[in-house]
Design a binder for this molecule. Structure first.
Ligand SMILES: Cc1cc2nc3c(=O)[nH]c(=O)nc-3n(C[C@H](O)[C@H](O)[C@H](O)COP(=O)(O)OP(=O)(O)OC[C@H]3O[C@@H](n4cnc5c(N)ncnc54)[C@H](O)[C@@H]3O)c2cc1C
Length: 247
């Protein structure tokens, strides 16, 4: 049964007109990095709930999510209007299996995110297991506009902490930006531009975690399958583990 708790807004950071991070104080149970919660709000007589990946690590004091304000969306425009001290409902227990425990061993770990899915990877990267388990970790964040390349301070800190292990690439699809690629993730892999840039080959020793836009996930999975990789399932371990944010 779903148990709900009261969460109190501590910060609602607006990165762009529609992209934001919400920080909540809530007495949630321990969670695993990579899991998600549900946030619920009463709208007229309905209780509207939506899922959000934790961008906060298990050790962080506040529950943090990254969200985008979807015009005509049911819940996200309300999140966007929340002020410090406002209350929301939050699930006591986190859910989901997009966690490192579910990822088979390998040499390199590729983390591929569109938009708000960056958060789930930041949560995982704030913990120690990925750094202990993989030789190289490649985080690729694809956004439409450069202003959506958020959490650059945290990413810079990670680069400093793990200079030989961590590679961060980004791609801005709707404008040309110095230092960024300008194509979608599936194209970056199929053209081998990401592999050339990182000097890392994709082979059966590569593990992929892919999160965000379902089209990107579908197309990227096809590209990776053409390289001989398979979906990771509990019954049949493979190289491609995914989490879709919508259908
Ligand atoms: C496991 C899981 C984890 C999720 N984690 C996050 C998260 O960390 N951050 C987040 O913003 N959303 C996340 N979502 C999506 C989130 O649950 C909502 O669908 C989203 O906030 C829109 O809700 P809404 O009621 O405003 O819009 P709705 O009326 O539900 O409209 C949904 C439409 O908005 C679009 N959409 C939904 N989510 C996104 C998104 N993240 N980026 C761009 N377009 C989107 C899609 O076209 C979708 O059909 C997650 C979903 C799942 C299933």
């Amino acid at each position: 049964m779903e148990e709900w708790l009261e969460g109190q807004v501590v910060k609602n950071i607006k990165w762009t007109k529609n992209l934001a991070s919400l920080k909540l104080k809530a007495k949630i149970n321990n969670h695993q990095a990579g899991q998600f919660t549900r946030i619920g709000l009463k709208v007229n007589d309905d209780f509207i709930t939506r899922s959000y990946s934790y961008a906060s690590a298990p050790k962080d004091e506040l529950l943090e999510i990254i969200y985008v304000n979807i015009p005509n969306g049911k819940l996200s425009p309300i999140l966007h209007n929340l002020k410090i001290g406002d209350k929301v409902s939050v699930m006591q227990q986190a859910i989901g299996y997009f966690t490192l425990d579910e990822i088979p061993d390998g040499e390199n770990l590729w983390m591929l995110a569109t938009g708000t899915a960056l958060g789930v990877f930041l949560a995982i990267l704030k913990t120690s297991p990925p750094w202990k388990r993989f030789k190289k970790i490649i985080l690729i964040h694809s956004v439409r506009y450069a202003e959506e390349l958020i959490y650059q301070d945290l990413i810079a800190e990670m680069k400093q902490l793990y200079p030989d292990q961590f590679i961060y690439l980004n791609s801005v699809t709707r404008s040309k930006v110095k230092g960024s690629f300008n194509f979608r993730i599936p194209e970056g892999l199929s053209s081998k531009k990401f592999q050339e840039s990182t000097q890392i080959e994709i082979n059966e020793d590569s593990q992929f975690m892919i999160c965000g836009n379902p089209e990107m996930i579908k197309e990227t999975t096809e590209v990776l399958k053409s390289f001989g990789l398979n979906k990771n399932r509990r019954a049949k371990p493979g190289n491609i583990t995914v989490e879709r944010y919508w259908v």
